[in-house]
Write a protein that binds this ligand. Sequence first.
Ligand code: SAH
Length: 697
Amino acid sequence: MKTFCGRANPTTGSMEWLEEGEDYDYHQEIARSRYADMLHDKDRNVKYYQGIRAAVSRVKERGEKAIVLDIGTGTGLLSMMAASAGADFCYAIEVFKPMANAAVKIVEKNGFSDKIKVINKHSTEVTVGPDGDMQCRANILVTELFDTELIGEGALPTYEHAHKYLVEEGCEAVPHRATVYVQLVESKRMWSWKKLFPVHVEAEDGEKILVPPSEMENCPGVPSVCDIQLNQMPLSDFTTLSDVVTMFSVDFSKPVQSASTYYRVQLEPVKSGKAQIVLSWWDIDMDPSGMINCTMAPYWVKPTSALQWRDHWMQCVYFLPNEEPVLQGEKLYLTACRDEYSVWYNLQKAREGENKADEEEHKADVRVESPVCRCRAHLLWNRARFGELNDQNRTRQYIRSLRKVLKTDSVCLCISDGSLLPVLAHYLGAKQVRCMQPSRIDLYHPHELQQAFFKANHLEDKIKIIEARPELLKPSHLADKKISVLVGEPFFTTSLLPWHNLYFWYARTAVSTHLASNVTVLPQSASLHMMIVEFQDLWRIRSPCGICEGFDVQTMDDMIKDSLNFRESKEAEPHPLWEYPCKSLSDPQEVLTFDFTKTVPQHCLSTEGSVKLLRKGKSHGAVLWMEYHLAADVSVSTGLMQMSNEKGNCEWNPHCKQAVYFFSSVIESEILSDPTAVTYAINFDTKTGEVAMDFKL
Ligand code: SAH
């Protein structure tokens, strides 16, 4: 079946209709899936295997047959573990059809077809009985349905249903229980992902302070989890205000309730400070004794044990609704509220001389509804964007370059989403400032947010918002004046890959007739940069596994490879590299430049060349990023910030995702007197806005 799917091209801004075969989605899903990462997660796999063996033994010791229900079997791995451990029969449930098909093949290849029945259904559709999918209820329940937030993939409703309809009372469960831990911290860096801080500007007529609208000040934000590789967060970026506290546990061997609820713990700060953030992670005990434990605890919590790198489970950052000053030793209540799929937190102070009865009263104060963003900013901007807008160094670069180009008679148009630039341009003396937010995200009313921002700073009469798209700009929008300064960060909400922000160039081209002949465009140009890297860990997510705990899962490897080669799946993918350490094997190289003082050309921009591998290591792929040249000697990088030492360790822009192009085969370079070279061909198609790449090692 073919369907047509409409979308705005993120780079060119034009609407396009794409013909999608029904295969397209699932190839994308498989190509970008976490299955490879899970299969590489040795710690997880070993512990599941131990837990499954122990559960099968316990059932056998009771003289019962071991009947396993494996919900979300994926590759069939956990069922094969159970069958090897002596289970009599396994029902392996998988809702995603391509995976269920893969599981059938993998199970057959490993010789377990007579012990494992793969059922391609959602677990809640599975029937039990003589004519059902399952002959009888199972007495061992095995699942791996967890995300970083534990419950975000629907583990609770799935367990609730399974206990009611699919497993026996008193069944064994692997994992047996999950426990969620929290730690209260103060962190300017992480708090800057939730709140907009005031911006200080040295204007002609004294210092100006730009403040966010009051709705934003008290906005509870959105309940979507902020999951990050907390192990990449240096200790200098946060202060722990409490010990690690157990927030709640779920026993998977007993009936599970998924209905909304809350959990409350009392804690005493170990330090005075500003409570802003709740860091959280979980662990799972594979058996009732708790001897087989798989934990997501970050490095400072379990400094002695070796950390298993994984990307399918990380840690969570929760933002308290408001910053709360707390004192060492004072009595606090931390509440975790949850619905079926997400968790959010509240902090309350205990009142003087409080006792148990008062505590009950507190419960009435607990807000169990999930947070709803009232200010719109949390709907329009992701956490990284908040961080970027709060980055004072970056703002200073823009101020410095605006100062160079603005004059008192400047007619300025700013094209960027949710930007501070219009306000900065006004404070720095531009005569007329207009702004345009051209991304097609009208659903969230970006103009109202921008307007609220201007109002909060009494600028609603000074800066006008043009609601038209660039190609529909009319002289009347500009009070019949020509634009003398066109500015953009550029940043657009719809951008995923670094070059998607080249949309600024297309918008600039669309407004060409409105530009004065001596117009200044800021940034004046952009350049695409590239470097060959060896990843410390990220390579695992796209690398074949072969044999996993003795089971042949090559079918899965082949399937991922197929999907990666399917049409445009073989392309660069966005990753925030501050979370994924790598070392550079080559020097960074500028590969393409984009001249914003001119319109987008009709022809493609292409380049070919070679880079030398200067360091010893494995070439996993190329990293690409954009740099914007704001003014004569001011540039901002959305990628590499610094290459710190001889070893090639890199520091990346913490607010941006870089593009990663994984090579299909890895080469290992030695230091040679004549270093190996990687040749590349990179093409920017100005019609489609796509960047195509080819590398030869
Ligand atoms: N068990 C495998 C794969 C885990 S990934 C392993 O440990 O390696 C989780 C899988 O569960 C996904 O393939 C997803 O499609 C499937 N899934 C999630 N919820 C499900 C449900 N309620 N019923 C059936 N499949 C489910």
